[in-house]
Design a protein around this ligand. Sequence first.
Ligand code: PLP
Length: 395
Amino acid sequence: MTNAFLTHLNDTLDQIESDGLLKRERPLAGPQGAHVTVEGHRLLNLCANNYLGLADDPRLQEAATRAMNSHGFGLASVRFICGTQDLHRALEQRLADYLGHDDSILFAACFDANGGLFEPLLGPEDAIISDSLNHASIIDGIRLCKARRYRYPNGDMDALETCLKEARAEGARFVMIATDGVFSMDGTLARIDLIRALADRHDAMVMVDDCHATGFMGPKGRGTPAHFGVKADLVTGTLGKALGGALGGYIAGPQAAIDLLRQRARPYLFSNALPPAITAAGLAALDIVEAGDDLRDALFTNTRYWRDSLERLGFELLPGEHPIVPVMLGDARLSQEMARALHEEGVYVAGFFFPVVPKGQARIRTQMNAALKRADLDRALEAFETAGRRVGVLS
Ligand SMILES: *Cc1c(COP(=O)(O)O)cnc(C)c1O
């Protein structure tokens, strides 16, 4: 690399830092869990996507170890050459059954599932209508597809209907609406019931990315479509959040769609198969989420207690029922000060501010999980009260 190029890179990094946008990794000593050790400090962790507390569950660890012993460490192949084991097909069928679809197809991550979904299924004659707050991977996936693109402001059903009419008026052959099931900065749910009804009225399909829902939202944790009592045509999701938190993504849907994705989805065709430890632990995670509601009950009991208590202390929250509970602070600097004060009080949280969320809507995003005990939450509430007074959010 030339010096000029490296100087250019360093200038860009300096700019990111002086804009206050530099992200720093903070290594955990030990596993992900309700408590983590960060840089020598033991912290209560309120910022993981570990909704069901399965990230260090011994049942998953044991399933992974057993599979490594019986099926080896890696596959050294894409799925269709020599990288498919019985575990892959078992997991694909289990996910499909759980979500109420014909079949599913695994990817290395949901980022890849969303990146690979659109281009094989839709062409230039077609249209994709996308919510403005959709995850980056949906945006990228749509960019890779030649279909005509429409975008509606987050959750605006009138604007969605306008897009549907426009797409039809412009002669679209097939129309697909793409939405996150849960918008992760706000913890709000997409109204899949209304979206489904609009789609049906205008002969469109519905694709839902349910990364922040599968395993815990809706009856048996079957996700946001189930929560609203409707069905999406295609659902994508991750094994990297509630279902164990390691990695792996999938698309579930009608047989023909999954079969065609197996022929054409580029991240599936040109990237390695998931290793046995991951696929076996995914099956173990599904065993747990299908067996009973105890973890979901713990999660939502925590969520209600946490929301009610923060409100009682005088914090401003975004309303909702999801375990993502954003504490609104408005000012970017205030959110950073608050996060720092909370770290000093032994609570690990992340502040979010522009450009991740709109200007003036900076926040601390807290996330509940099933592994947190009532005593943990009470300690976190004390920390929020102390930190809130110190930075002047609470009077
Ligand atoms: C986390 C997330 C992804 C990415 O999932 P990975 O499996 O980590 O790649 C995609 N979409 C949404 C909405 C997410 O929250």
